[in-house]
Design a protein around this ligand. Structure first.
Ligand SMILES: [Zn+2]
Ligand SMILES: [Zn+2]
Length: 268
């Protein structure tokens, strides 16, 4: 059995849970420990199962809660050496393990494939979490869908995929010009249109479920992101994650292709 859930997704904090019967990993710790515990409790997940927290890059919405969470719950932290050198983590978390993008990190029976991505951070990477023969991808904060993203996406059964902004909303929105260019650049974020093109091009892959992630509060709306993905809704189940609350826990049985529970934010 595989369980996955976005506890938080957006520029105010990211934290994604992927686990099996016995163990689990968190990807990113961008919300406080208190919020992690509160949100896990809300959806019936247990912190005791979490054996590792892996950090995608040093931006505070991905790392803010790491030290306290890791220290108090004795959870191993994993970050690249370069990311570690840039973080403002003054006290070491419980145990810091360094890796290089491309490394496969084994946590019990879970294999986490790390890979480099394009984003304006020192050593950004994304992850594909492999367990019980299935893969769940966590791919946010990507300026462009590089070959690594495309390659790992081919192997995913479900993916948390960045759908950060609506191009028109960003253009007419409140951000200053330099920030608009940063978001749009190849080292910024993926728009709804860019994200849907990536999955539309996939052929003969096991991907069935897409969770639209890191949805901007200023330059996007979950309804708009979901609407953009309507063109691929005959091939995929599409759901939106939220910055304010956890999604439901999605479950994938080893033999099945479709998760059992549906998220309330789905339009389809
Ligand atoms: Zn972010
Ligand atoms: Zn970032």
């Amino acid at each position: 059995m595989i369980e996955y859930c976005a506890l938080a997704s957006g520029s105010n904090g990211n934290c994604y849970y992927v686990g099996n019967e016995n163990e689990a990993v968190l990807i990113d710790a961008g919300i406080s420990r208190k919020q992690v515990l509160k949100r896990m409790k809300e959806v019936g997940l247990k912190i005791e199962k979490v054996k590792a927290v892996l950090i995608s890059h040093e931006h505070s919405d991905h790392i803010r809660g790491l030290r306290v969470l890791s220290d108090l719950h004795k959870i191993d932290a994993y970050l690249t050496k370069t990311t570690q050198s840039k973080t403002r983590v003054h006290h070491q978390p419980f145990k810091v393990n360094v890796f290089e993008p491309g490394d496969v990190i084994e946590v019990g029976n879970i294999k986490v494939h790390s890979f480099a991505k394009k984003h304006d951070a020192v050593d950004p990477c994304s992850f594909r979490v492999e367990l019980n023969g299935k893969s769940i991808g966590v791919m946010t904060d990507i300026g462009t869908a590089c070959s690594n993203v495309k390659d790992h996406l081919q192997k995913c059964h479900a993916v948390f995929l960045e759908s950060n902004y609506d191009e028109e909303m960003l253009l007419n929105g409140p951000y200053p010009a330099h920030l608009k260019s940063r978001v749009k650049s190849d080292h910024g974020h993926l728009s709804n249109d860019q994200a849907v093109k990536v999955v539309d091009k996939l052929k003969d892959t096991p991907l069935k479920t897409i969770l639209l992630s890191h949805i901007s509060a200023d330059n996007n709306r979950p309804e708009i992101a979901l609407k953009t993905f309507q063109v691929v809704s005959d091939r995929y189940q599409i759901f939106a994650t939220s910055r304010y609350a956890p999604t439901e826990v999605f479950r994938l049985e080893p033999g099945s292709e479709v998760q059992e529970k549906a998220d309330q934010l789905s339009l389809f």
